[in-house]
Design a protein around this ligand. Structure first.
Ligand code: NIG
Ligand code: FE
Length: 425
């Protein structure tokens, strides 16, 4: 008989446990994390039912009260809540290593985009791809990040840039939501770039987004969020406000690509329109920090893109010291962050921005879950939360994870209370 109860024992350390669930961690709250050494987790019907010290009498009680239990020996590994990745573009077609080489030869991301590379180059390829091809490639990427410990992910459209192709991506994301073990949220990013056929006519393209794309997406309930690339040569703060007014009416909460390559007012637009998150933030300034302080918008940093494009660093320490929360996501996309490895992002948070391991881990779990409106159910080890966890190889402390950047320490993955096996993919 298949058991719907899983008891994980012989855990070296449970990381980020909570007695009372917090939806986000801000400022100094981010510098401490709760752990339990020599512990167990008990999962029932896909949810965390109990956890604690292994010598707890609770353990024998659990065994007595539940006749069908699958047991899993954690082999003294650490058990973490799955990573939550609140910003990806993982439905795309083909790669762009040619642009990577162009940048190594001295061109900038902006120069490459102006020559017809960048987002428009990806759009050209995606328009030709079938839904089946996109679904197959995206599933491979999802399975790859699943094995690296990610349990919830947001996926954006934005490489279609016409009605039919944007819908094609969003329908692929819908199918991924139905078939994947990961928890998935979808974001409409039609305003990622002005497509070739609208060159010089940004207003015309924005009209197409607002008048045709948004209603079609609303009709099929294809997106939780609506995003815009607020940046020089892309879209302005005023464009963002106009788009979000329409998106909110169509039931989509705003998100913004803000202050990545220059200061463009994306944070101000996002905060004014009640965005759930503002992402990138390399050029965020003191005033933006004050605006964010008065809002419930989550600042999300994307260390993969900042590192890969050698951009200036976002003011992470200033934000945390000002009492803000900070979330970390991967930005998995073919142009500026061709990896969705959240272990690597957590390590980069520490290495590039001086975040403490605690800050980086909280940023990639609870706070990143908040940026997808999922922190009630995911992002920590708490009774009643969804049992999305990963077990590491035996390690000496949780700080070993960001310290050993580039290594994959994830040994076992549990999603919805089920042990995932790569052979079944
Ligand atoms: O988040 N900044 C805009 N969008 C992506 C890059 C997309 C691309 O280059 O394909 C980002 O970095
Ligand atoms: Fe992005």
């Amino acid at each position: 008989m298949k058991s719907d109860a899983l008891l994980i024992t012989n855990i070296g350390c449970l990381v980020h446990t909570e007695e009372n669930v917090r939806l986000k961690y801000t400022g100094t709250e981010m510098s401490s994390i709760q752990t339990i050494t020599d512990s167990f987790v008990f999962i029932k019907n896909g949810l965390i039912e109990a956890f604690g010290k292994s010598d707890d009498i609770a353990l024998s009680k659990i065994r007595k009260e539940n006749s069908f239990i699958t047991c899993l020996d954690a082999g003294r590994g650490h058990v973490f809540p799955s990573w939550c990745d609140s910003h990806t573009h993982l439905v795309f077609s083909g790669s762009r290593e040619n642009e990577f080489v162009d940048r190594l030869k001295g061109l900038t991301y902006e120069e490459i985009a102006l020559r017809g590379g960048g987002i428009n180059a990806s759009a050209k390829r995606l328009r030709k791809a079938t839904s089946e091809e996109l679904y197959k490639d995206a599933t491979k990427r999802l399975n790859e990040i699943l094995l690296l410990g990610t349990g919830a992910v947001e996926i954006k459209s934005g490489y279609g840039l016409d009605v039919e192709s944007e819908l094609k991506i969003l329908r692929v994301i819908k199918k991924l939501k139905e078939t994947s073990s990961l928890t998935i949220k979808s974001t409409f990013l039609g305003a990622h770039a002005v497509p070739e056929e609208y060159k010089g006519n940004k207003e015309g393209y924005l009209n197409l987004i607002i008048e045709e794309m948004l209603p079609a997406i609303q009709e099929e309930k294809l997106a939780n969020y609506c995003d815009i690339f607020c940046e020089q040569n892309y879209f302005t703060k005023a464009d963002a406000i106009r788009l979000f007014e329409a998106a909110l009416k169509a039931g989509m909460t705003p998100k913004v690509h803000a202050e990545q390559l220059s200061h463009s007012g994306g944070i101000e637009a996002g905060v004014a329109m009640g965005a759930i998150s503002v992402d990138h933030l390399e050029f965020a300034n003191e005033r933006d920090i004050q605006l964010l302080k008065k809002s419930s918008t989550m600042p999300v940093i994307l260390p993969g893109a900042q590192f890969f494009l050698s951009l200036q660093k976002p003011p992470v320490r200033m934000m945390i010291d000002a009492g803000l929360p900070v979330a970390i996501a991967s930005d998995f996309n073919p142009g500026s962050s061709p990896t969705g490895n959240m272990n690597q992002m957590v390590a980069l948070g520490c290495i590039l921005y001086g975040m403490l391991p605690e800050e980086s881990i909280l940023a990639a779990t609870t706070n990143s879950a908040y940026a997808m409106n999922l922190s009630k159910d995911l992002g920590s080890i708490a009774v009643g939360k969804k049992a999305n966890l990963f077990v590491t190889k035996e390690i000496s402390s949780y700080s070993f994870l960001p310290y050993s950047f580039g290594s994959n320490l994830v040994d076992k993955v549990i999603l919805n209370g089920q042990l995932m096996s790569p052979e079944s993919f």
